[in-house]
Design a protein. Structure first.
Lengths: 259, 156
């Protein structure tokens, strides 16, 4: 009985160590050394695939989240006759927490799963192996552009999310609930500071981008090469990267806003 | 998807991103391109600075004319010393000016209010590095409550 549990712990630790090692080596080999000749055009195509094709969901989610935040916030603030601070509340919640985290979760679901499925299929149909046969490094040609595109794209999507959500908050708070429009922006400007709030949010989204892209590409590259394997890898990407995003968000928040 | 179309979309994406960053910086965070201009330093000591923070504003009648640069402690007299940066484009004040620590609203942030004193022929203007003598400290809630209870008991 006990030996079964001990063996489970042992297997888990070995598998975990192997994962950490393999993913670290994969990232190192992707980024270190002479980059592929066509890195820039390939990255631009990937920015289109990951970023622009994610725009509909990011913008829609941003609009609705901003509107809901503003509505619920108004309902609470109006009891303390503090509804003038609605702009400040919406902006600070979005810039510091909701913007980076929700955008990262949506990105993990949409772009992360797409990345894992695409790379996983390439690996299963032996396209990556044939590239190696032709002396083209698949890490440099296929993985690197996707990794760099992920790092560039997620912060930009976070910026869009924040802007449209704050505007959605304005729509509900001012046009519907009657908060004074000038007060919405001026109280917000008084309480939002550029470096601690906006810039910290962008730093968070860069960290999330690295994690999501890394997890997605690792799961695709080391997929079990059959249909079930690809499906399992895709699910694993979404679950693992979402949990990592939420955990890292806590750690980063403690560092940035703790004291 | 042709290469030209992809590049067009990605270029528009990046330009829209810079625009969003500018919107966040100027409309949401309220950054100002003009800046506050050069400033001169004044010192003041209070017996209690209350909730005053570094970068709190110094206001004259509601208009921001300076900023708190540093809040320190004078080791010899055990009094808090505040170093202020007064903006030169807002003018200079006579030596008879007084400072008090006020609160914006009931629960708002604390700021320093400056009240210019009277100007006479032999009254000079405050220059860089001068000290303001006339200061009123922040109200401490417990002292107020204590005074109130004392005055109630005195009447009884």
């Amino acid at each position: 009985m006990i030996s079964a549990y001990l063996r489970f712990i042992g297997r888990f630790t070995l598998a975990f160590t192997q994962t950490v090692g393999r993913s670290g080596l994969m990232l190192w080999r992707t980024l270190w050394g002479r980059p592929h000749g066509k890195l820039l055009p390939l990255t631009i195509v990937q920015i289109f695939q990951l970023g622009i094709l994610s725009l509909p969901i990011i913008l829609t989610a941003g609009l609705f989240i901003g509107m809901v935040l503003s509505l619920q916030g108004y309902n609470v603030l109006v009891d303390y006759a503090a509804e003038e601070s609605l702009g400040s509340m919406v902006a600070l919640s979005l810039l510091r927490e909701l913007g980076p985290v929700v955008t990262a979760l949506l990105f993990a679901g949409r772009a992360g799963s797409a990345l894992t499925a695409e790379i996983g299929l390439m690996q299963s149909t032996e396209q990556l192996a044939s590239m190696e046969m032709m002396a083209v490094s698949p890490l440099k040609r296929v993985i690197a552009p996707r990794f760099l595109a992920g790092i560039v794209t997620l912060p930009i999507l976070t910026l869009f999310f924040n802007v449209i959500a704050i505007w959605g908050g304005y729509l509900i708070g001012v046009s519907w609930k009657g908060v004074d429009g000038g007060a919405y922006w001026s109280v917000m400007q008084g309480s939002v500071e550029y470096l601690p709030d906006v810039f910290n949010g962008i730093i968070k989204s860069v960290v999330f981008a690295v994690m999501i892209a890394w997890v997605a590409l690792y799961n695709g590259y080391y997929v079990v090469p059959n249909a079930q394997g690809i499906s399992k890898a895709t699910t694993q990407t979404v679950v693992v990267s979402s949990l990592l995003v939420l955990a890292m968000d806590f750690v980063l928040t403690v560092f940035m806003f703790g004291s | 998807m042709s290469q030209k179309k992809v590049e067009l979309w990605v270029g528009a994406f990046v330009i829209a991103a810079m625009l969003s960053l500018a919107i966040l910086a100027f409309s949401v965070a309220g950054l100002s391109l003009r800046g506050e201009g050069s400033s001169y330093t004044l010192y003041a000591s209070f017996s209690n600075v209350g909730g005053l923070k570094v970068r709190s504003p110094v206001k004259l009648g509601g208009v921001v004319v300076g900023r708190v640069e540093e809040i320190g402690l004078d080791e010899k007299s055990y009094m808090p010393v505040v170093r202020l940066a007064m903006f030169e484009n807002r003018g200079f004040y006579p030596e008879t000016s007084s400072l008090s620590i006020l609160t914006s609203g009931l629960l708002g942030e604390q700021y320093i209010g400056i009240q210019p004193g009277f100007i006479d022929e032999d009254i000079g203007m405050l220059a860089d590095g001068d000290r303001i003598e006339d200061t009123k400290s922040a109200l401490v809630l417990e002292d107020l409550i204590g005074q109130f209870i004392y005055s109630i008991n005195k009447d009884n």
